[in-house]
Design a protein. Sequence first.
Length: 178
Amino acid sequence: MTTSLQFTRPFLFAVTFLFTIWLAPLAVRAQVHININVQPAWGPVEYDYVEYYYLPEYEVYYDVPQQRFVYFDGGRWLFVASLPARFGVINYYSTYKVVINEPRAYERFHNHRVQYVKYKHGGHQQHIIRDSHSPKYKNRQQQIAPQGRVQGNTNRQPASKSGSKGNGGNKSQGGKKH
């Protein structure tokens, strides 16, 4: 009986170990990413997870998890808490934001610049978190724009219902939105 117990323990350990290794990738793929708590009040509604906003009007990105802007200057990408004065005063609440959920989205800037040029000169409205009545945004609605700069109109009038509802696509799981 002692011999069979000695054989059984290593066997059970090996089976458990292999089973765990086999299941681990499945668990990672099944995770649902949510970062509503770090999305700025000026972000578009209905996205449970956002990696980047691309602002076509200014050709800059906002890295949502890191809460910083990314822009190209002098042959390199710069990562900053607020944009320099050369961008002027930006109304983050009204400028169009494209949700892009891909790592280092700025590395595909040339594609994004062409793909989203139609949003560059306004005319496309989005519902923003600040104006949402959804309970999931309750704690985000009072957030101010980056670095306290004057970012535009502070009246709380919701975006027109006739405008675009956002960037489309499956909004709860992430993925590329446009």
